[in-house]
Design a protein around this ligand. Structure first.
Ligand SMILES: C[S@@+](CC[C@H](N)C(=O)[O-])C[C@H]1O[C@@H](n2cnc3c(N)ncnc32)[C@H](O)[C@@H]1O
Length: 208
């Protein structure tokens, strides 16, 4: 079975319901920019969607795990979530004011990342913003497991991760309106005492 589906079956709402710091920051940013309708690829069970919904933003999700989608519904998240892989984007002919995707892009290989960034950009309205968080080379698991390609490792069975730094972000996103790239450490809010993970927050603006 696919890694994420079996993880959600076994561990259910494994990160709790507190949003990540990157979701809180992005929600504040989206409110300032009058973003009202967003897409969340790699939706999970919706811990990050909630902060946007609670602030009046309309949310649509894409999620590969059916169990995660069921967990979202069981926990009262009432939004449209497409069940499938981001590799099959677009799921509809629609453009959004904003896109937020936490901790998904680094799970994709080189070609998949390229297609994902392009597909997100295509689903963004002119003047829209897309924000991705990706695990950084500063993260504790960088270099662990079997190396598959440059900065790309199978850190455990079934989990392949690409580790970004500012150079690779510049390379992958410069054509897509990259405006900002910042380090952000995400604490493990659910299991206090566990180390935080170093992410990079990537912000792009689709110019008019
Ligand atoms: C590290 S988790 C983060 C979940 C969520 N963004 C959060 O912060 O709570 C990665 C999520 O992406 C989903 N996922 C992994 N590969 C995917 C793919 N190719 N297409 C869509 N979703 C995917 C997983 O099932 C999982 O929910």
């Amino acid at each position: 079975m696919e890694f994420w589906e079996s993880s959600f079956i076994e561990k259910q709402t494994m990160w709790g319901f507190e949003p990540t710091d990157s979701a809180i920051l992005t929600n504040d940013f989206f409110l300032k920019k009058n973003v009202k309708d967003i897409l969340i690829p790699g939706f999970g069970y919706g811990r990050n969607a909630k902060v946007f919904i609670d602030n009046g933003i309309n949310v649509t999700g894409i999620e590969i795990s059916k169990t995660a989608i069921d967990l979202a519904a069981q926990n009262g998240l009432d939004c449209n979530i497409y069940h499938g892989s981001v590799s099959d984007m677009p799921f509809e002919k629609k453009q959004y004011d904003g896109i937020f995707s936490h901790a998904l892009i680094h799970l994709l290989n080189k070609d998949e990342r390229k297609k994902f960034i392009q597909d997100c950009y295509d689903q963004l309205k002119p003047n829209g913003y897309m924000v991705f968080t990706a695990v950084s080379k500063k993260a504790p698991m960088f270099g662990k497991g079997k190396q598959l390609d440059e900065d790309y490792f199978e850190i455990m069975d079934g989990v392949k991760m690409y580790f970004y730094d500012t150079d690779s972000i510049q390379q992958d996103f410069e054509k897509y309106g990259l405006v900002e790239c910042t380090d952000i450490n995400e604490p493990n809010k659910h299991m206090k005492g566990k180390p935080s993970i170093n992410f990079m927050m990537i912000k792009c603006h689709k110019h008019l």
